[in-house]
Design a protein around this ligand. Structure first.
Ligand code: PBG
Length: 333
């Protein structure tokens, strides 16, 4: 054949392929999510092989391991004891609660590691919702935002670098920004869960924290989060959410889940100059682990390809439970 263009010329050797590679992955692109509990030991999580509910001491060691692998940011999620869960989730702003204590300890031992937190009531609420549930079974917006502001301030006071509102209440980014500024935390950033979908992919996470919506005596509890998290059918709405979060002062916009929503990452990339984060969520992790354990896929290849796809779609950073494994594989080259 007499072909002018032969795209295979640039695929012929590893050196040539590396030369024209458009996207790269580095451990500094990752945020490593970690679960912490009050217990003395670390507890495995059934649907998330390799992940643990860490004790405070276990957490410190694991963060050290992540640091040595080149990871520079972690996000913390608490497994709160049942006895501390209430309808108003007030434990979330206890300055001596599990998360503030974990942040303080981590900052002592690993001062260079950036710490992101999660702002939402679900781990602290006996109803298992991200906001307050009224007697009529409505998840209240403005009343919830007032509590989330206190939670964010408690986290900032403990030393958090990035506050991550994951609740999807309207107006919470602006309110949290104002609350942080009023308390002298104008240097603390907000990474908002901007386009967070009402997804079935969060199942293993809710198992890890025992945080799923649960029935209560005396009031109807919504079974899912579809009155505040986004409808999986909607894409344009993600742009509206992004515009609002940006106007309200968010520093980084997140899309969640990641893999089934790569189109949303791509669309937002065209709409904003802010950094974009993708959350490679628990259900995505569980599927890869299950298939790998059965010998049905090559875990390393699948994970690195998946993480690269988030970057190719337009994400700058990736929250992923694979962070340490991926960082180690990248190091091996
Ligand atoms: C809580 C929260 C959830 C996740 C992060 N923060 C669960 C939910 O909204 O029900 C999910 C993370 C994952 O599945 O990995 N607001």
């Amino acid at each position: 054949m007499e072909l002018t263009y032969r795209p295979r010329r640039l695929r012929r050797t590893p050196a040539l392929r590396a030369l024209v590679r458009e996207t790269c992955l580095a451990p500094t692109d990752f945020i490593y999510p970690l679960f912490v509990h009050e217990g003395a030991g670390n507890e495995p999580i059934g649907a998330m092989p390799g992940a643990q509910r860490w004790s405070l001491e276990g957490l410190i060691d694991e963060v050290g391991r992540a640091w040595d692998l080149g990871i520079r940011c972690v996000v913390l999620f608490p497994k709160v004891a049942d006895g501390l869960k209430t309808e108003d989730g007030a434990e979330c702003f206890n300055e001596h609660g599990l998360i503030p204590r974990a942040i303080r300890r981590l900052k002592e031992v690993h001062p260079g590691m950036a710490i992101m937190t999660d702002v939402a009531l679900d781990p602290y609420s006996c109803d298992g919702h991200d906001g307050l549930v009224s007697d009529e079974g409505i998840v209240l917006n403005d009343e919830t935002v007032a509590i989330l502001c206190k939670q964010a301030v408690a986290q900032a006071r403990a030393g958090a670098d990035l506050i991550g509102p994951s609740d999807m209440m309207d107006g919470r980014v602006g309110a949290i920004r104002e609350a942080l500024d009023e308390e002298g935390f104008e240097h603390v950033g907000i990474i908002s869960y901007t386009a967070k979908y009402a997804s079935a992919y969060y199942g293993p996470f809710r198992e890890a924290l025992d945080s799923a919506p649960r029935a209560a005596a005396g009031k109807p509890i919504p079974k899912d989060k579809s009155t505040y998290q986004m409808d999986p059918a909607n894409a344009r709405e993600a742009i509206t959410e992004a515009q609002l979060d940006e106007q309200e002062g968010s520093d980084i916009l997140m899309v969640k889940p990641g893999l089934a929503y790569l189109d949303i990452i791509h669309r937002l990339r065209g709409e904003t100059e802010l950094p974009i984060a993708a959350y490679n969520v628990s259900g995505e992790y569980a599927m890869v682990k299950a298939a790998a354990q059965n010998g049905w896929i090559d875990e390393r290849a699948v994970v690195l390809e998946t993480l690269l796809s988030f970057r190719r779609a337009g994400a700058d950073l990736i929250l992923t439970y694979h962070a340490c494994d991926a960082a180690a594989w990248l190091k091996q080259g």
